[in-house]
Design a protein around this ligand. Structure first.
Ligand code: PEP
Length: 252
């Protein structure tokens, strides 16, 4: 059985006061043993404090990005060792905003994936096509290429300690989510690609869906057999909404 995950990507939002309020609201309502694993990913500068606020709860801590390098002259960057040092267990790598706005390549993202694992953190590897690519029927070509870059560098065994998030770019922050069938189709494709290399790892890897997930549509998306929870942007900033999404997560 795969335990689902609901991870909140806070992106560039929050302040110390807002985070304290949000964490307090989440902690007041989150079950001590939820069916799904619950993770929050605040901005880098708040990781340590949010980790401290979450202590004793079932909610885990993740970062939104990591440097591929270990140390040295890389101004503005934060290493995997530093993230681990402040209590991170998960790291999002390859979010479409990193791929598109900051022009991160498939190869750089694969190195970030390895950097996270080198410090025993679990990478949440985001994959997803843009609208023009979907319209041109290139979704699987793009998602397959993004996945293969990591498989080639890190190998299939690395996926025993990784999570994948399928996030169609046209559905992120747009209010336009993929239909459950559209999500299932790509999730099954991702799992089949892993299965071609290792059936056991493929069967155990959690593949999350991300893109305008809300309390109102989470249950139907999470009911799909290859959808193992969600990576949540906007709706993770409201405790009620985020916890309702967590409550919709079911093991498969
Ligand atoms: C995301 O940023 O990963 C995301 C899925 O955002 P949203 O839920 O706001 O579409």
């Amino acid at each position: 059985m795969r335990r689902p995950i609901v991870a909140g990507n806070w992106k560039l939002h929050g302040s110390r006061a807002e985070n304290a309020r949000l964490v307090e609201e989440i902690m007041a309502q989150v079950p001590s043993k939820p069916a799904g694993q619950c993770i929050v990913c605040p901005p880098l500068v708040y990781l340590q404090e949010v980790g401290r606020l979450l202590r004793g709860s079932s909610v885990e801590l993740g970062a939104q990005d990591v440097c591929a390098e270990t140390q040295g002259a890389f101004t503005g960057e934060v290493s995997a060792a530093m993230l681990k040092d402040v209590g991170c267990e998960y790291v999002i790598v390859g979010h479409s905003e990193r791929r598109l706005i900051y022009r991160e390549s498939d190869q750089l993202i694969a190195r970030k994936f390895q950097a996270a694992q080198s410090k025993s953190m679990v990478p949440i590897l985001c994959l997803g096509e843009q609208l023009a690519e979907r319209d041109a029927d290139r979704t699987k070509e793009v998602v397959g290429r993004q996945l293969d870059a990591v498989l080639e560098l890190a190998g299939i065994d690395a996926f025993a300690h990784a999570v994948i998030a399928y996030e169609p770019v046209w559905a992120i922050g747009t209010g336009r989510n993929a239909t459950p069938d559209q999500a299932q189709d790509v999730h099954a494709f991702i799992r089949a690609r892993l299965q071609a290399r290792n059936a056991k790892i493929a069967a155990e890897t959690r593949v999350l869906y991300g893109g305008s997930v809300k309390a109102g549509n989470a249950a139907e998306l999470f009911a799909m057999p290859d959808v193992d929870g969600g990576l949540i942007g906007g709706a993770s900033l409201k405790a009620d909404e985020f916890l309702a999404i967590l409550a919709a997560a079911r093991p498969h």
